[in-house]
Design a protein around this ligand. Structure first.
Ligand SMILES: *[C@@H]1O[C@H](CO)[C@@H](O)[C@H](O)[C@H]1NC(C)=O
Ligand SMILES: *[C@@H]1O[C@H](CO)[C@@H](O)[C@H](O)[C@H]1NC(C)=O
Ligand SMILES: *[C@@H]1O[C@H](CO)[C@@H](O)[C@H](O)[C@H]1NC(C)=O
Length: 340
């Protein structure tokens, strides 16, 4: 939290250093915590200044609709990005990168669950291997998807567990969209029997029983997950998820599915891969997919159980605001009926 650190550094520390010996313990105590209330007000203010924006977003009916902003694909894209053009020549998102490591899979899987994981997140992968993977594997083969980093030890890990798919490009937050598209392209191309792709992060817990029910979903080009509606673009540059107006000029986002966990049909994956390079890129993966989905007519189906941060009645448990440690997630699992 940068504001908090600044308050301490610029307000609290100088006071303490100069006057430490001159003031009573009680005053010192009050001074020491004097930043708490202003800080809480400030944090609350930031939260609540999003509230009017959300109300405003709820008046923008064309961005709230499940219908495309325009039935014509190109007109739809232009309405989202009046100031930008797609750059298909330099777009790599629809090209499948080289595959460095392949997982072992059953012969003709009809589904696959892919977990996006950074090469260095061995602790998260091991937590999943020790916990929910065993249950979910019976229903859907579970595969970790990594790209590369200097000096990664994925080869050794993959030889041991045979559950890693590795693509040949640099693993980074800004290459996340590429990772997603690479997964879709790989599945369409190499695993033609698969007709549903389940995607999760590696800091999640999946409820196999609930997932099984959800997989009997509508056919056709659809994406199922937690659909967010009426979200404003975060224009304050010091907040996470900030997107500048040059990148996305609208005040609000169209409907999008939270990226931490969702189910995508093969038809949906095809639509995304075929059209991804015709839309200007937005670096927030799920928002980018939301815009693309809107213009290609990919149906978004809402399910409350995805991206759920309450450990009850979930399909996929995930805490959005910070990354829980693998240890903490494992303890949640151990203390629940799911571990029985
Ligand atoms: C590569 O990995 C080894 C073993 O994990 C470590 O000792 C070494 O410092 C790493 N080198 C770099 C450049 O990260
Ligand atoms: C994405 O991966 C490519 C290929 O490895 C790399 O050249 C590029 O720097 C990466 N981009 C980012 C933003 O990390
Ligand atoms: C897992 O899913 C089942 C079926 O929907 C549900 O009854 C159960 O409460 C869920 N478990 C957790 C911990 O959410």
């Amino acid at each position: 939290m940068r504001p908090l650190r600044d308050v301490v550094r610029y307000c609290v520390q100088p006071i303490l250093h100069k006057q430490l010996l001159l003031i009573s313990p009680i005053k010192l105590f009050i001074l020491l915590f004097s930043w708490v209330i202003p800080y809480l007000i400030f944090a609350n203010y930031l939260e609540s200044c999003l509230l009017p924006l959300r109300v405003l977003c709820y008046t923008q009916s064309d961005l709230l609709s499940t219908e495309p902003r325009d039935p014509d694909f190109q007109t739809c894209v232009d309405k989202f990005f009046p100031n930008r053009q797609a750059d298909p020549e330099n777009c790599k998102l629809d090209k499948i990168p080289d595959v460095l490591i392949r997982p072992d899979l059953p012969d003709y899987p009809t589904r696959i669950l892919v977990i996006r994981s950074g090469p260095g997140s061995l602790d998260y992968r091991n937590f999943i291997r020790r916990t929910w993977k065993k249950q979910v594997d019976k229903l859907v083969p579970v595969v970790f998807v990594c790209a590369t980093s200097k000096n990664d030890t994925l080869k050794i890990e993959a030889n041991k567990y045979r559950d890693i798919l590795q693509f040949d490009f640099e693993d980074s937050y800004h290459n996340l969209s590429w990772k997603m598209m690479a997964i879709y392209g790989f599945v369409i191309d190499q695993l033609p029997s698969v007709d549903q792709i389940v995607v999760t992060n590696d800091d999640t817990i999946v409820n196999a029983t609930a997932l099984e029910q959800v997989l009997h979903m509508k056919k056709g080009p659809v994406m199922l997950g937690k659909v967010s509606r009426g979200y404003p673009r975060i224009f304050l540059p010091w907040l996470t998820w900030h997107v500048p107006s040059e990148m996305y000029p609208n005040l609000c986002y169209p409907l999008f599915v939270q990226g931490s966990s969702f189910v995508l049909s093969k038809e949906g994956a095809k639509l995304l891969v075929e059209n991804v390079c015709k839309v200007p890129m937005v670096h927030l993966d799920d928002v980018f997919m939301g815009v693309l989905s809107n213009c290609v007519g990919l149906g978004l189906i809402h399910n409350e159980g995805f991206d759920k941060h309450i450990f009850d009645d979930f399909v996929v448990y995930h805490y959005q605001y910070s990354r829980h440690s693998a240890k903490y997630l494992e303890s949640l699992w151990q203390n629940s009926e799911m571990s029985l």
